[in-house]
Ligand binder design. Structure first.
Ligand code: TMP
Length: 239
């Protein structure tokens, strides 16, 4: 499929106009970044793995009736998705404490939380994506209260799906991040899951050994990121 004009060059993906109106081509790059791109490396093959893994998760969610932007994979590095207006919130669901929650609250990494916790971060690189409350989101018109309620429902359904899929292959879903878009298409109007779901945006620990199989391997210099993502893809039968 012919790519249209480049519309956005992100840290891990480039977006191009699709040939049909209302569609976008997501190109998955090999760039790995952390700490708001202060750390950056090219991990050969990461884009190919994330393209396949995001396809796998988005397809699974669609089968459960959870709307996503995914239309189809085009090739090794590109997928066709629906164009959406991205709500400027990173929606994080946590089952176990880790990362910024452990740092902020002094809870040991790996501590099981009494229930899944949904958090919102304001998408703003200059501010390093600060944690915000629903009050901020409504007051500053980032989303309506009705949308936020729906986002929490979607996020928890994604959590149930992803936790189950991972557990079946011996992986514990510690936490993950999703992004939500609005679409105003003739066929569908409402919220859907946009961006990607991949080991870049999840924390995945081997249930038996606790080995990290996600982007923390890169953030914390724990080993070979491509090996970790390949392990996830192999266990899920994606490669
Ligand atoms: P955090 O513990 O650093 O707040 O991260 C929570 C989850 O969100 C974790 O699974 C990694 C993911 N995440 C992203 O996908 N993008 C980001 O920019 C950050 C900071 C975290």
């Amino acid at each position: 499929m012919a790519r249209g004009k480049k519309i956005y060059d992100g840290k891990a993906k480039t977006l191009f106009k699709g040939s049909e109106p209302g569609t976008i081509i997501q190109y998955f790059k090999d760039d790995a970044t952390a700490f708001n791109a202060k750390k950056h490396e090219i991990i050969s093959g990461k884009g190919v793995l994330n393209n396949r893994l995001s396809e796998f998760f988005m397809t699974g969610l669609k089968e459960l009736g959870i709307p996503t932007h995914f239309i189809k994979r085009l090739n090794m590095r590109e997928q066709l998705v629906m164009s959406a207006e991205i709500i400027p919130l990173e929606v994080v669901v946590r089952n176990f404490s880790a990362g910024s929650m452990s740092n902020r609250l002094g809870i040991k990494e790996g501590t099981r939380l009494p229930r899944p916790i949904v958090e919102f971060y304001y998408k703003n690189d200059e501010l390093d994506d600060p944690l915000v409350t629903e009050e901020h989101a409504v007051a500053f018109n980032w989303a309506t209260q009705i949308e936020l309620d729906e986002i929490v429902t979607i996020a928890l359904r994604v959590n149930d799906y992803l936790s189950g899929v991972m557990k079946a292959v011996g992986i514990r879903l510690i936490d993950f991040k999703i992004e939500i878009g609005r679409v105003f298409d003739n066929d569908y109007q409402g919220l859907l899951i946009a961006d990607e779901i991949s080991p870049d945006s999840c924390r995945l620990w081997d249930i038996e050994t606790g080995e990290k199989l996600d982007k923390d391997v890169f953030r914390r210099d724990l080993g070979d990121l491509k090996d970790a993502y390949t392990e996830v893809a192999k266990r899920l039968g994606v490669i």
